[in-house]
Design a protein around this ligand. Structure first.
Ligand code: FDP
Length: 282
């Protein structure tokens, strides 16, 4: 596991350089989920594949940018799923983006995730590692080293809401639920980048991030292996909850590598509210 985390640190340093100096325009391709790729998606994907290919402990990798998994070492213990550059549609407006990694044993089921790591490329580069606890590291760019900052824990209740999806497509009970959070004094925090949006809620102690099922996308948009399970793991280890509206997200098993799921991440109070609302609508 240490070798995998060290490889992720190397990837993060290289991807951060690429974001600063490489071409930020669109590539002429789409990924498996039909998203238009920017050239940096492809560059970041290549960097990660190259660094992970050197780690003996990794049996298989699967990238959000590629259709199929890639076998690496027959005797490796871990399966790693990753989104090389999440929120890449924000690159051209210079907002924060991130990389997300889920580390699994035996299969890519939610129940088999054993660690999750994400990196935020913002004014600073930060990395969050969730294993037995959730730890925050900051990149010292001069030394090329990640320095431990603190352990992260969610409060019982927060005051931020990040409501994803297209409002006109939301189910009416979902819209009412989000409106009620705002009536209760919650503040809107949504940039359109899953990594910075969930990072903000985590660092500010709590709240709710939701990417629900809706009329246009009954299974939501965010991908289980690369986005939903890693953040569910981070939030649960930090003392929060992560559900699909009724069930623990980590109880789900994808049928296909690129399957999506509706998802809600937050502190205890907000997720209990989601459960209350969604249980009446089933
Ligand atoms: P993006 O399409 O820019 O890659 O992974 C998908 C994602 O970004 C998440 O980072 C983000 O939370 C979500 O999509 C935003 O989707 P909406 O624009 O539909 O809110």
């Amino acid at each position: 596991m240490t070798d995998i985390i060290n490889a992720i640190k190397k990837c993060a340093i290289r991807i951060n350089e690429a974001i600063k100096y490489e071409d930020t325009s669109k590539a002429e391709s789409e990924n498996k989920s039909g998203d238009i790729q920017v050239k940096l998606d492809v560059i970041s994907d290549d960097i990660i594949e190259e660094e992970f290919s050197k780690v003996a402990d990794i049996k298989e990798i699967v990238s959000e940018e590629k259709e199929d998994a890639l076998k690496l070492n027959e005797n490796g213990k871990y399966f790693v799923a990753y989104d090389p550059l999440d929120g890449s549609s924000l690159i051209d407006v210079n907002l924060s983006v991130g990389s997300i990694f889920g580390i699994y044993k035996n299969s890519y089921d939610g129940a088999n995730i054993v660690a999750a790591v994400y990196v935020v490329y913002g004014p600073r580069v930060e990395m969050v590692v969730a294993r037995d606890v959730v730890e925050l590291f900051k990149l010292d760019e001069k030394k090329g080293e990640f320095i431990f900052q603190k352990e992260l824990k969610l409060n019982e209740k927060g005051n931020l809401v990040g409501p994803g999806g297209t409002q006109k497509e939301w189910y009416s009970f979902h819209k009412e639920m989000i409106d009620n959070f705002f009536k209760d004094g919650y503040r809107l925090r949504y940039s359109g980048g899953m990594v910075p949006d969930l990072h903000q809620i985590l660092l500010k102690g709590g709240g709710l991030f939701a990417y629900p099922g809706a009329n246009d996308k009954p299974n939501g948009k965010l991908r289980m292996l690369f986005e939903v399970f890693p953040f569910a793991y981070v939030y649960k280890i930090a003392g929060g909850l992560a559900i699909d509206g009724s069930d623990d997200l980590l109880s789900l098993s994808p049928k296909h590598l690129h399957d999506t799921a509706p998802c809600f991440f937050g502190s205890d109070y907000e997720i209990q509210k989601v459960l209350e609302v969604y249980s009446k609508r089933k």
